[in-house]
Design a protein around this ligand. Structure first.
Ligand SMILES: [Mn+2]
Length: 416
């Protein structure tokens, strides 16, 4: 049996148990990520809960703050994490102390936990790549499909929009959603000049799934403090109403305005270059939009060619302490985002320079924060005021790595 069939088989076996736990929960707290994948994941699960008259509460999270995980622990009923949580499964298990049933449906690199109360459903644990074959939305869809025992085109369509964050041809578990959406006639295959696109039927028109994914992500991230995630979820289940469309347009305008203002600051002395790291700090400029916008802005700066191509690009901003639906964070923090321009990325690929996630998570935890990500992009949280220290420590960490890797190569050269 191949990995996909094995995974689907497992979901069919788990289905009845998951359903009865959700039904007996009283209330289900659904904690989901702020991008299109997290939002469509929540919409798919929400459909199932609604069908079964199960009360739910939704919380959209930008980052898995340890103090938030511990606060969520005190919520009544069942907790479900969508498109986040798997990398922190050990902490989630530790905080739970064997009390409640917790389900994690995610595709990020998971931690394995041996805890009968934690159901950590992640395709990575079954030989399916979370980076190229399975979005969180496709995982949630596969589970719901197993529970209801049939394909559901409307939900498959949502899963496919969530899966737009995965580049390249649709494969693996994402393909299951594609098949179901195609046969329900809710998705059309279009050959564009350079690639195949899948367009979604939305309000009687065909719209590219990546365009819809972008809209949901803007609503969820730029509109994070203004009910954006809830509106995005509503758009998934009921379509883009005129009110939601106009909110989207307003937020997209606002994002552009903020980018322009930020660019001006960078040009007027706000961009600093050091040995291995170039950086900027936007202070309070992005305080009223989700902190994910810092990462997309950093990518934008990099693609505009404003940064050196061989140094890590680091952006900072003050983090708004509000977590809608959950209260405020204790303490004052800054968000940090790292991007890696092309020449540097090539050096990371050949192991001459360290992965951005490795460096950032190390340095953030030294400063009393946390960070994660992958080789070429990472983000983290640090106590406010430690920004310059982060740059210093990051420079040192990169230097040490580079020196070691040079030595490694030199000895290999000797060998040959
Ligand atoms: Mn995702």
């Amino acid at each position: 049996m191949d990995e996909i069939s094995h995974f689907l088989d497992l979901l069919s076996k788990l289905g009845p148990d998951v359903m009865s736990r959700l039904k007996s929960a009283g209330e289900v707290t659904v904690v989901h990520h702020d991008d299109a994948d997290g939002i469509t994941s929540a919409a798919i699960l929400e459909w199932l809960l609604d069908e079964n008259n199960i009360d739910s509460k939704l919380i959209c999270l930008e980052k898995t703050f340890p103090q938030i995980l511990s606060r969520l622990e005190s919520e009544e009923g069942v907790l479900v994490y969508l498109d986040l949580g798997s990398p922190h499964a050990k902490l989630i298990s530790k905080l739970n102390r064997g009390r409640d049933f917790i389900m994690i449906l995610d595709h990020h690199d998971p931690e394995k936990v041996d805890d009968p109360k934690i159901l950590n459903i992640n395709p990575e644990l079954y030989g399916i790549s979370g980076e190229s074959e399975a979005s969180a939305s496709a995982v949630v869809y596969a589970l719901v499909r197993a529970i209801i025992g049939e394909a559901k085109g409307e939900l498959a369509k949502l899963a496919l929009i969530g899966a737009a964050e995965i580049p390249g041809e649709i494969a693996g578990l994402n393909e299951l959603a594609l098949r179901d959406a195609l046969s329900a006639g809710l998705v059309k295959r279009r050959a564009l000049r350079r690639r195949i696109d899948y367009a979604v039927v939305e309000g009687g028109r065909l719209i590219s799934r990546s365009e819809l994914s972008k809209r949901l992500t803007i609503l969820g991230s730029v509109g994070y403090y203004r009910n954006g995630p809830q509106m995005a979820l509503k758009a998934c289940l009921e379509g883009f109403s005129p009110a939601i469309s106009s909110l989207y347009k307003k937020l997209e305008e606002e994002r552009k305005r903020l980018y322009r203002e930020a660019l001006t600051r960078l040009r007027e002395g706000g961009f600093h270059t050091t040995t291995n790291v170039q950086w900027f700090h936007l202070g309070d400029l992005f305080l009223n939009v989700g902190s994910k916008v810092l990462g997309t802005f950093a990518s934008y700066v990099m693609h505009r060619g404003m940064s050196r191509r061989d140094k890590y690009l680091v952006g900072f901003m003050h983090l708004n302490p509000k977590i809608p639906g959950l209260g405020e964070l204790e303490g004052e923090y800054s968000k940090v985002s790292v991007r890696t321009p092309d020449q540097l990325a090539a050096m990371i690929r050949s192991k001459r320079m360290p992965s951005s996630a490795e460096v950032l998570s190390h340095v953030c935890s030294l400063l009393g924060g946390f960070g994660d990500g992958h080789d070429y992009a990472a983000s983290g949280i640090i106590p406010r005021g430690r920004e310059r220290e982060l740059i210093r420590r990051m420079n040192r960490r990169v230097e040490q790595y580079a020196a070691k890797s040079k030595k490694g190569r030199a000895s290999l050269d000797e060998f040959f």
